[in-house]
Write a protein that binds this ligand. Structure first.
Ligand code: ADP
Length: 535
């Protein structure tokens, strides 16, 4: 039964396959495994002396008193060496060796025969059965030890190789499982494109069985695949057309990365079918085109109607000027000629009429000025210090009569429209004088450069600060609208100055705002983006 179990080799339930017990031997504290050595002799004294001779090797010695007992141990263990007495009752050493050799697992266990006498017949049969050596009794312990230690070393190096092979097998298995789990088709090829490995996703994407894909060139799947291109853009995606086995082409995103192995370079290509993504992108592109077309059309329509409105407003303000002049002239003539025939109330009414007409004339002039702000004049380098000089001259009478002081830190030179800057400064400084408090106006004009932020370019921040009557904060946004006035009754004006400033600043690409508290003066801020020549 035992004999037949051994003969059947790996199929027996007792068999320990390399997967379940790859390493034999007990571990020593040093991490070194103890090799197992089987000593077989029917004579107990001989066994004791063999054991004593090998004791110093510090390996695991297993003793057997018969061939059958030895076979039993062979079933359960891997031996670094088997020392086998040739002459034993029932099953002699040669017969035992024959059975050991017949088993796949123990076929390569080195057997050293121990024999009392030299017999050529034994020697031939012994070597025939795969004996690696013969030792003649009486055994010399030193010789026995040195022979056995050679086999132990051999066993040890084989164990190391087995461990390495096992580790390699495991990592290869992991690699294959990873490859199979990948959501993309994974194709591993040689540098010339010959496919050596694919995963199941590759089978489904390309509609072709794995065995048919192996050995083919990857260019039959991706015609423009190029190892050099991929090496140059390591890890980057390339969008290429791929071809199924039924010749249907589809867009694919491909990444390839080279792997240097002992057998040369292998290239792993991850191929993803991006048909849906491309369809979605195309759809978005179409939508964007459509949107762009609509925006262009709407913008053109808006520009047209804006232009018509501007022309209308300009023509109206211009054409109304003449009849208005006539009203003023005739009412004034009326007052002059018939002053003596009219009573005081009638003269006052005439004055109101003249005043109203003059105010209306100022409104029309302001409106025309507003409409005339030019958008398309080319910008030039403007020295803001000179601009402020011009403004001071233009406002000379008001400055003198109010005792105003207009001071400025050094102002910059920048690319802008000079007329616009004069308009802006003149309106702001003029207002600072006009809306003064009890004290003479003190007006400070400053500028500071602000560096470019993440999404904005560098710009100049200007400020005009006064010590006038101030503005209640809730009205600060309204004052930049057309004809919007807060202190209308007491101060002359058409409510157009700040609207002009706002439009002019906007045309230069900037923003305008104010900070103020009633009775505490105001500061008007505006920005002008720094332009480079040619922008
Ligand atoms: P106008 O001065 O002709 O009324 P603006 O458009 O220049 O028109 O100004 C709008 C309103 O903003 C003014 O009527 C005034 O009430 C307020 N305002 C403008 N500048 C100042 C200032 N420096 N201090 C106080 N109020 C101001």
């Amino acid at each position: 039964m035992l004999k037949s179990a051994i003969m059947e080799g790996c199929e027996t339930p007792l068999d320990l396959s390399p997967d379940t017990a790859p390493f034999q031997g007990e571990a020593l504290p040093s991490g070194r495994r103890r090799a197992k050595i089987l000593l077989v002799d029917d004579n107990g004294d001989n066994l004791v002396s063999l054991e004593a001779a090998l004791d110093g090797l510090n390996e695991e010695l297993i003793l057997a008193r018969s061939g059958l007992e030895a076979l039993h141990h062979v079933l359960e263990n891997d031996f670094a060496a088997i020392l086998l007495d040739v002459k034993m009752p029932e099953m002699d050493g040669l017969e035992t060796a024959e059975i050991i050799r017949s088993r796949k697992r123990s076929r390569n266990s080195p057997i050293i025969f121990l024999t009392g006498y030299r017999s050529d017949e034994h020697l031939f049969r012994g070597y025939d059965l795969g004996a690696v050596d013969f030792l003649f009794k009486p055994i010399v312990p030193e010789i026995l030890r040195s022979k056995v230690s050679v086999f132990v070393e051999l066993w040890r190096s084989i164990e190391v190789q087995k461990a390495q092979a096992e580790a390699l097998r495991k990592s290869e298995q992991q690699f294959r499982s990873l490859l199979e789990a990948a959501p993309d088709a994974m194709v591993i090829s040689k540098e010339d494109g010959e496919i050596v490995l694919v995963n199941s996703r590759a089978e489904s994407i390309f509609g072709c069985r794995r065995d048919r894909l192996l050995g083919k060139n990857i260019r039959t799947l991706v015609p423009y695949w190029s190892a050099q291109d991929f090496a140059a853009s390591e890890g980057a995606f390339a969008d290429l057309m791929a071809r199924r086995s039924d010749s249907i082409e589809f867009p694919a995103a491909i990444t390839s990365s080279p792997l240097r192995t002992q057998d040369g370079v292998l290239i792993t290509s991850a191929i993803r079918d991006v048909t849906e993504r491309c369809k979605a992108e195309e759809h978005i592109r179409q939508l964007n085109l459509e949107l762009e077309k609509r925006v262009t059309e709407r913008t053109a329509a808006l520009l047209r109607s804006n232009e018509q409105l501007t022309q209308f407003a300009y023509a109206a303000s211009h054409d109304l000027q003449e009849p208005l002049r006539m009203v003023v002239s005739y009412v004034q003539l009326l007052e002059k000629r018939y002053k003596n025939q009219l009573d005081g109330t009638a003269v006052q009414f005439i004055n109101y009429a003249v005043e109203g007409a003059l105010r209306m004339e100022a409104l029309l002039t302001g409106l025309r000025e507003y409409l005339q702000i030019e958008e398309e004049r080319s910008i030039e380098v403007v020295d803001c210090n000179l601009v402020l000089e011009v403004v001071r001259r233009n406002l000379e009478a008001a400055i003198r009569s109010s005792g105003a002081e207009v001071t400025s830190g050094g102002l910059p030179k920048l690319l802008a429209l000079e007329v616009s800057l004069v308009q802006i400064f003149q309106n702001l400084v003029g207002n600072a004088i006009k809306y003064r408090g009890a004290a003479p106006p003190r007006i400070q004009v400053s500028a500071e450069r602000r560096a470019a932020g993440d999404s904005s370019c560098a710009e100049w921040l200007f400020s005009v600060q006064d010590n006038g009557i101030g503005i209640e904060p809730q009205y600060l946004n309204r004052i930049f609208g057309m004809f919007k006035r807060l202190h209308g009754a007491k101060y002359a004006g058409a409510g157009i100055g700040l609207a002009i400033c706002s439009k002019a600043v906007e045309h230069l690409g900037g923003r305008i705002w104010a900070e103020s508290q009633a009775g505490q003066g105001s500061t008007f801020f505006f920005t002008i983006p720094e332009k480079k020549a040619g922008q």
